[in-house]
Design a protein around this ligand. Structure first.
Ligand code: NAG
Ligand code: NAG
Length: 280
């Protein structure tokens, strides 16, 4: 074996060892066998049938991080199903950063629902369509959470930014460690066209698939947080902000794909829109 071949074999091992592994990072927490870790930890599936859904959580808790996951959503008639993917802390005044994918009839678009909770209070919904069919292939859904901002992204394109505006009295999640959770469950009492369209159980089981979980994050353990991040620039996510081109892509998404914005829903806030909505 020549040196370069040897090197590439060794490098190959190093890459494999560094790649995400669900067996190491994730615990399936409910669903009685409906959640599965496959392919030596490289694929995870959740399923839902007329008895139960299923779900998992990250083994680690994080205080800030950039969390990426590839998801392939329930194909075909997924009406009534909800796939959630979120970060959440413990307790009654929890913080939470939410992605939820609301299924639909075959050929009708999914709704991507997002929300940010601080101290147990949410009411900050924004909803989007996607610019691709999320059931055909895996796509990357990311949450960047640092002390200055939360950025939701899809395939690297930011769809939402929630800034730290504590200076004007808007709460921001920054002191409670969160775990990553995901679940697939039935919500046909509200999910699709407000509950009008029911889950078609003859199509069950419904299955969503996950790959490439990646957490560049500060891991919380025994009251302390220790940050790690992959190269090239260590911990760059901790101070990351949107550059000009990302801001332009965010505007493009918000103009063309946003279907609900709490900040534009004046009826809902008769006392006035939340402060973050009118901040300069
Ligand atoms: C669930 O679906 C199976 C297979 O279609 C059926 O046999 C069973 O009765 C259903 N159970 C419930 C609780 O609806
Ligand atoms: C499902 O498709 C219909 C028709 O295109 C759309 O109005 C609705 O918002 C879609 N999503 C959900 C979750 O109902």
């Amino acid at each position: 074996m020549n040196i370069s071949l040897l090197l590439s074999v060794l490098l190959g091992f190093a890459l494999v060892a560094a790649a995400a592994n669900f067996n190491q990072d994730i615990a399936i927490t409910w669903g009685d066998g409906r959640g599965k870790i496959l392919e030596n930890g490289h694929l995870l599936t959740l399923s839902l049938d007329n008895f139960s859904g299923s779900g998992f959580q990250s083994k680690n808790e994080y205080l800030f991080g950039k969390i990426d996951m590839n998801l392939k959503l329930v194909p075909g008639n997924s009406a009534g199903t909800v796939t959630t993917y979120y970060l959440r802390s413990q307790g009654s005044t929890w913080d939470e950063i939410d992605f939820e994918f609301l299924g639909n009839l075959t050929g009708e678009p999914y709704t991507v629902h997002t929300n940010v909770y601080c101290g147990g209070k949410g009411n900050r919904e924004q909803q989007f369509r996607l610019w691709f069919d999320p059931t055909k292939d895996f796509h990357t859904y990311s949450v960047l959470w640092n002390p200055r901002r939360i950025i939701f992204s899809v395939d690297g394109t930011p769809i939402r930014e929630f800034k730290n505006l504590e200076s004007i009295g808007v709460p921001f999640p920054k002191s409670q460690p969160m775990r990553v959770y995901s679940s697939l469950w039935n919500a046909d009492d509200w999910a699709t066209r407000g509950g009008l369209i029911k889950t078609d159980w003859s199509k069950a089981p419904f299955t969503a698939a996950y790959r490439n979980y990646k957490a560049d994050a500060c891991v919380w353990s025994s009251g302390k947080s220790s940050c790690s991040a992959s190269s090239p620039s260590r911990n760059s996510w901790l101070s990351q902000e949107l550059d000009i081109s990302s801001q332009q892509r965010l505007k493009w998404v918000q103009k063309n794909y946003m279907i609900y914005n709490y900040c534009a829903d004046a009826k809902r806030f008769p006392q006035g829109l939340p402060k973050e909505c009118t901040a300069p």
